[in-house]
Structures are given as C-alpha cells and as structure tokens.
Design a protein around this ligand. Structure first.
Ligand SMILES: *Cc1c(COP(=O)(O)O)cnc(C)c1O
Length: 357
C-alpha cells in the first residue's frame, strides 16, 4: 500500500510553541496526521499523511456507542546532533494488535505502520522539542466507524496517528506522588480487558480517581477485583516495590497492562544483578513491610513519566510514608539509565533504541 502525502502549505502551518518549559502534556498537536481506513471486504486502504483536521463521523459510528476503541502511547526523542530516536516502537504496535484481537478489531501490519510512523515523525521533526526530558508524544488510535446500532464488531475502522510535543515530566526534579488505595472501586478483572489499552478502561477509572483527588491524592492504586487484596497497578502505570533487596512487581495475569517501561525496568534491574520478582503482593504485605522498615522504595513506571516515585500511600484511613517521602536511589538510577538510552546518550545493550534520523 502506498502512503499518500499531502502537506500543509507553509503559510497555513501552526505557530510552534516558543516556550519549551510550558509544553505540558497532550494539549498541542502538530500540522499533520496519519490515517488509514479498514473495511471488512477491502482490508486496510487509503493510507495517507495529511493536514491535522477534525474527523467527520456519522453520529451512529459504533465507537461512540459501544466503545470499540484502542490506542497506544510512545515517544520520539531528540538526541545529540539532532538525531531522532524511537524507543521499542514495535512493542507498542504489537501490543496494539493484542488489544485489537481482544476487542474484535482488525490487526495492523507492523512493518507498514512503522514506515508510516517514521514518515510522520520526520515530516514533523521540527516539532520535536530540544529540552532535556522533552519529546514528541505519539498516539496511534483505532476506532470503529461502521454507522450502525446493535452490539457486534464493526465492519469499518479508522486507524490514525497524531503527534504533539510534550514537556519534561520533572522540570524541577522528582516529585514523589501520593497514592490512594481504592478498596471499593476496581479498574478491571481477570478475563476482562484490563491488559488492553482500550478506551473504556480509562472511563471506568475516573470515578475512583476523582475520589482520590478529593482526598488529596494524585493517583489510585488498584487492587484485584476479586478479593480486593492484591496490588495491580497505579493510575495508568505499572508499579514496583523494593522490599529488602528485592525488586517486586505484580505478574501479568490479564487484568493489568503489560507496560513496556515495566519490561525495560525488569530487564535493566536484572542486568544490574538485582533480584527481580514478578509475583503477587498483597496490600497487607506492603503495609507490614512499611511498618517494620523493609519497604525501601515504591515507584510507578510508564512512558509518560518513565519512573514516578511514590512518597505516600493511603489505605483504610491511614497514610504510610515511604522512604521519608523522598525519591529512592533505585528509582533515580533506573530513571537516569532509561532516559540516557532513549536520548542516545549511552550504549543500548538491549537493542531498544531505533534511530530514525
Ligand atoms: C500505558 C499504560 C501503562 C504503561 O505502559 P508503558 O508501555 O510503560 O507506557 C500501564 N498501565 C496502564 C493501565 C496503561 O494504560
């Protein structure tokens, strides 16, 4: 399939943000986006990079009624000498196909989408910010577009990729988060779609997040839906605990997302000789380890923040402080290591970095 390219006339291009220190996250999008359509009889067709614009959708399209919608999140980084890098992008597209299968949506050809993605990033390369920790966020999305009511898999889909500059997550250094353990509301259940980046998961998480926010906490720590006992994830990130000298994270049992940052942390820490365990952890084990001083660090992992240290955990009316509310040494070491790999500042022993320019 050919990718048609239609560029915006230079005089119609958007003004690029002058101040890279106030980019924030997810508010600014570039001049172009990639789209392709799917029809059950034609397969994927009409691949194009064109001007960023509103979508025109029939109000009956199925994504708006039944939530057949999935997405991904990754970044392009500007390194030294204006080199441009992606980080494990094929893993994101593979995961998108895993989500697609679960939601009865068509899979995409990873090589083809990689080519489209690289073309789009290169067309928008002047939008990639320069400051340390800044990047171009990439959001592949797939929505069901058959205009029909009635619950069944759509026969038509739109796949698109939008991109936009995002700021450094920690412009003033790490700020450990305060997390709230939700023992009433759950995010997902084994057998459900928790392992997919499916839009509905995030709608379902909002209410508990709102309650946490009202209590003065930044994120929700989710427990398993069946017993409300075992740790799952925090907000839209995976979670790690340092207990004594072990680094422990919940296993991938179907209700949590298989984070690429999670996998990177596991592999890097293991390569440093740290004992990494993927095992069930109950909230009571964490509270006990915190009480008797064995809990050294807690941090969340995800593409947006890379590593997000946790300073306080609220559970059943009590707040527990971790590492005096400060960032721990392992969180900091992992953060620096991953950023240096992503920005091309050090060796990439795992072959995760993809140089595209
Ligand atoms: C995206 C996401 C993560 C983190 O995945 P990364 O690939 O590391 O960005 C973790 N949990 C949920 C629920 C997510 O949506």
């Amino acid at each position: 399939m050919e990718i048609t390219i239609g560029k915006v006339a230079p005089e119609k291009m958007k003004a690029r943000p002058a101040d890279e220190s106030s980019l924030g996250f997810g508010k600014i999008f570039t001049d172009h986006f990639f789209t392709m359509k799917y029809h059950s009889e034609k397969g994927w067709h009409d691949a194009a990079i064109g001007p960023y614009k509103n979508l025109s959708l029939d109000p009956a399209v199925m994504c708006l009624h039944y939530g057949q919608e999935i997405f991904e999140g990754m970044k392009a980084y500007r390194g030294k000498n204006d080199s441009i890098y992606l980080f494990r992008p094929e893993d994101n597209l593979k995961r998108m196909n895993v989500s697609a299968e679960r939601l009865c949506m068509p899979d995409v050809d990873i090589d083809f989408v990689m080519e489209a993605l690289k073309k789009l990033v290169m067309i928008e390369k002047d939008w990639i910010p320069h400051g340390s920790g800044t990047s171009l966020y990439i959001r592949p999305t797939m929505i069901a577009t058959e205009p029909a009511l009635g619950v069944h898999p759509s026969s038509e889909y739109l796949f698109y990729i939008i991109v936009g500059p995002v700021g450094a997550y920690y412009p003033q250094g790490f700020a450990p988060t305060r997390i709230y353990v939700s023992d009433e509301y759950v995010r997902s259940v084994r057998g459900g779609v928790g392992y997919c980046k499916a839009a509905g998961n995030y709608a379902a998480s909002l209410y508990a997040s709102k309650l946490a926010c009202e209590m003065g906490y930044t994120q929700v720590l989710w427990l398993d839906a069946l017993e409300r006992k075992y740790i799952e994830e925090v907000g839209t990130s995976n979670i790690f605990f340092v207990i004594c000298d072990d680094l422990i994270t919940p296993p991938l049992t179907g209700s949590i997302l298989s984070g690429i940052t999670r996998d990177s942390v596991i592999k890097i820490a293991a390569s440093w000789g740290i004992n990494v365990l993927e095992r069930q952890l109950s909230i009571s084990e964490i509270i006990e380890a915190s009480a008797d001083g064995r809990l050294k660090e807690v941090f969340a992992t995800g593409t947006a923040a890379v590593i997000s240290p946790v300073g306080h955990i609220y559970y059943k009316g009590r707040e527990h402080t971790i590492n005096s509310g400060e960032t721990g040494p392992l969180a900091e070491r992992l953060y620096n290591e991953i950023l240096q790999i992503q920005y091309g500042e050090k060796d990439d022993p795992f072959g995760w970095r993809m140089k595209i320019s």
